[in-house]
Write a protein that binds this ligand. Structure first.
Ligand SMILES: *Cc1c(COP(=O)(O)O)cnc(C)c1O
Length: 422
C-alpha cells in the first residue's frame, strides 16, 4: 500500500498497514472465484470509511434514542428509499449487522424457541441459519430440512410441499449458499400458503442478480426478503430485511431493540451508495454478464471433463463435484490457491465425505466480472482450473506456479474496482 493511499494508517500503525497492503496485492493478482465475494467500488469503500462511524443512533430515522441525528437520519432514510425502489418492496430495514443476524431477527419477529422451522439442509446448499443443528437457529428452534434430488441436483418442490404440510413450520426459508439454479419463489409461496407458514427468501447470494434483472425477484411472492449487501450486490459487509407493510413493525422491532443496539452508520452509507450503483444501467449489464460468464465457465468445465452439480448453472455459482477426479475438494482448493485461483471447498449433495473434507469446490463469477472479464476469457479460466486440479493430483508444484504467473498476467490487464493501480 502506498503511503499516499492510507497515509495516517501507514504512519500510525505500519505493521497493520503492511497487512492491508499485502491483501491489496493478493486481491489484485489472484483470480477470485469465491461466489460470495466481490470487489466494492472506490465510492463504496470511501462511504464505508467515513466519520459516520463516530455516531450512535439507536432507533430509526425520526425516532432515535440519541441526539445529533440530523445527518444520520438522512443517510439511513436514503438507503431505505433506495432499497425499496430497487427491490420493489413496501418496507426495508438496512440495520442488520450481517446476513446471519438479519436471519436471527426474522426468527425473533415470527417464531418462539422450540417452534418448527424449515430450510434447506446445509450439505444440500442451504445456510447454517436456516435451522441447521450447529447454528443457534437449529438448537433454539426445531429445524426440519429439505434437499435436492439425488439424480438431478434440483429442488423437488413436491417433496418440499409434503414436508411443509406434514410439519406446518412457522417459517420456511428458501435460498442458500451453494444453489446453482433459479429459485421458484412462486412455487415456495404456494407451499407456504398451504402450510400456513411465513415465507422468507434469503437472497444473500443473488441479490445483485435480482437487482439487475438476471434472476426473478421474490418481491410479491414472499413475506420477508433477507439479504446480505456484500455478495453480488457489491456493497459493504452488511444486510437488509425487506417486507410487506404488514410485517414492517415486527421486523423493525426484532432488529432493534430485539437483537441489536446502534446501527453501523458508516455501513449504512456504503449500502446507500451500492444501491445507487445497482440502480444504474451499467449494473443491469453487470448482473447479466455475471450469469453469462458463469454459463460459459460451466460449459468450458464440462468440456474438460468436470462434473457439475445439477449439470451447470442458471446464476453466478458453479458447484464442481470432484468425486470423479479423485482429488478431494480441500486438496483441490489448496492447490488452486497456490495457483492464484481462490475458491472454497464445499460439500456436494449426498457427499460421502465429511464437511471439513468434502468432495466439492464452489466457484462463481461475481468478482471476475467486476474486473471486466467476459465470456471469451472463460475457456482460459476453465483451463487453469483443470491444469491446477491435475497438478494437485500429481503434486506438481511447478505446474501450479506456472498457472499462478499466467493468472497474474491476465489480472494485471483487468484492474479491480477499489484497488490501487500498480
Ligand atoms: C452469506 C449468507 C448468509 C450470512 O451472511 P453473513 O453476512 O456471513 O452472516 C446468510 N444466508 C445466506 C443464504 C448466505 O449466502
Amino acid at each position: 500500500m502506498s503511503a499516499s493511499r492510507h497515509p495516517a494508517l501507514c504512519a500510525t500503525d505500519p505493521e497493520l498497514a503492511s497487512f492491508v497492503a499485502a491483501e491489496e496485492v493478493l486481491q489484485a493478482q489472484t483470480l477470485r472465484l469465491i461466489p460470495s465475494e466481490n470487489y466494492v467500488s472506490a465510492a463504496v469503500l470511501e462511504a464505508s470509511g467515513t466519520v459516520l462511524q463516530n455516531k450512535y443512533s439507536e432507533g430509526y430515522p425520526g425516532r432515535r434514542y440519541y441526539e445529533g441525528q440530523q445527518n444520520i437520519d438522512r443517510v439511513e432514510a436514503l438507503a431505505v428509499e433506495r432499497a425499496k425502489g430497487l427491490f420493489g418492496v413496501d418496507h426495508a430495514n438496512v440495520q442488520p449487522y450481517s446476513g446471519s443476524p438479519a436471519n436471527l431477527a426474522v426468527y425473533l419477529a415470527f417464531a418462539k424457541p422450540g417452534d418448527t422451522v424449515m430450510g434447506m439442509a446445509l450439505p444440500m446448499g442451504g445456510h447454517l441459519t436456516h435451522g441447521w443443528g450447529v447454528s443457534a437457529t437449529g438448537s433454539w428452534f426445531r429445524g426440519v430440512q429439505y434437499g435436492v434430488q439425488a439424480g438431478t441436483g434440483l429442488i423437488d418442490y413436491d417433496a418440499v410441499r409434503d414436508l411443509a404440510l406434514a410439519e406446518r413450520p412457522k417459517l420456511i426459508f428458501c435460498g442458500g449458499t451453494a444453489l446453482p439454479r433459479t429459485i421458484d419463489f412462486a412455487a415456495f409461496a404456494s407451499i407456504a400458503e398451504e402450510a400456513g407458514s411465513i415465507l422468507v427468501a434469503d437472497v444473500a447470494h443473488i441479490a445483485g442478480l435480482i437487482a439487475g434483472g438476471a434472476h426473478p425477484s421474490p418481491a410479491g411472492h414472499v413475506d420477508v426478503i433477507s439479504t446480505t449487501t456484500h455478495k453480488t450486490l457489491r456493497g459493504p459487509r452488511g444486510a437488509m430485511l425487506m417486507c410487506r407493510e404488514e410485517h414492517a413493525k415486527a421486523i423493525d422491532k426484532a432488529v432493534f431493540p430485539g437483537l441489536q443496539g446502534g446501527p453501523h452508520n458508516q455501513t449504512t452509507a456504503g449500502i446507500a451508495v451500492a444501491l445507487h450503483e445497482a440502480a444504474q444501467p451499467s449494473f443491469t449489464a453487470y448482473a447479466h454478464a455475471v450469469v453469462a460468464n458463469a454459463k460459459a465457465l460451466a460449459a468450458a468445465l464440462l468440456e474438460r471433463g468436470f462434473d457439475l452439480v445439477s449439470g451447470g448453472t442458471d446464476n453466478h455459482l458453479i458447484l464442481i463435484d470432484l468425486t470423479g477426479k479423485d482429488v478431494p475438494g480441500k486438496v483441490a482448493a489448496k492447490a488452486l490457491d497456490r495457483a492464484g485461483i481462490v475458491v472454497n471447498y464445499n460439500t456436494v449433495p449426498f457427499d460421502p465425505r465429511k464437511p471439513f473434507d468434502p468432495s466439492g469446490v464452489r466457484i462463481g463469477t461475481p468478482s471476475l466480472t467486476s474486473r471486466g472479464l467476459g465470456v471469451a476469457h472463460m475457456p482460459q479460466v476453465a483451463d487453469w482450473i483443470s491444469r491446477a486440479v491435475d497438478a494437485a493430483a500429481k503434486g506438481d508444484e511447478p505446474a501450479l506456479a506456472a498457472v499462478r504467473a499466467e493468472v497474474a498476467d491476465l489480472m494485471a490487464a483487468f484492474p479491480a474496482p477499489g484497488l490501487p493501480l500498480s
